[in-house]
Every structure is written in C-alpha cells, then in structure tokens.
Design a protein. Structure first.
Length: 113
C-alpha cells in the first residue's frame, strides 16, 4: 500500500483521506477513489479494450510524462498532449492537457485584416 500512496498521493497529488492495512481512500476536490489490497490484481481497463475509465487533466502533458518517467513509471504517449500512465499493478490512468486543442482552435479562427 505504501507504493500506491507514493504514486497516487505524493506523485499525482491526491489527498490521503483514510488508510487501513487492507484499503486506502484517496481524494480530490471532485471525488474519491478507494485503493484495495487484493491477492490477485485485475488491472482497471474498459472491457475488451486497452483504455481506462480514469483520465486526469494535467497542465502540461509533456512535463507530467517526463516527471513520471524520471520517477520510474511507465507512460505511453498517444500524441503530444495525451497518454496513459501504467501503475506498478497494471492499472492505466489517462493523462491529457488541452494545449493542442486550444492551439488548434486558435489557428482555425479567421484572421482580422
């Protein structure tokens, strides 16, 4: 559980709300997740897909991915502004920023002459 708390709280910024030997509750201002200790880990992915139902918004995906990789975590990039973090138990957590879409939308605006 200590490794999970290090990743989800110390690295990803969740708040540690409750902790026991078998489970831990972590939270953000918009919700909570419970991390459960199990004998067999079944990675969190959408059924028959290699996608995750949990996606976190970051200010800068490139910087976030680099920092996670420096700390030894696996990040799979899906373009310049998004990707997935695979935690040590095989769970996938999506990461993305809106920089590309905001830049793209701005480039499509008609120029004033």
């Amino acid at each position: 559980m200590d490794r999970a708390i290090k990743l989800y709280c110390d690295t990803l910024g969740f708040e540690l709300k409750e902790r026991s030997a078998e489970w831990t509750v972590i939270s953000t201002k918009l919700g909570e997740l419970t991390l459960c200790k199990t004998r067999v880990v079944t990675p969190l992915v959408l059924r028959d897909a290699d996608e995750t139902p949990i996606i976190l918004h970051v200010h800068n995906f490139k910087e976030a991915a680099s920092q996670l990789e420096k700390e030894g975590y696996l990040v799979h990039r899906v373009g310049r502004n998004s990707g997935t973090l695979t935690d040590p138990w095989g769970n996938k957590v999506g990461l993305h920023d809106h920089r590309k879409s905001m830049e793209h939308e701005a480039s499509e605006l008609p120029s004033k002459k």
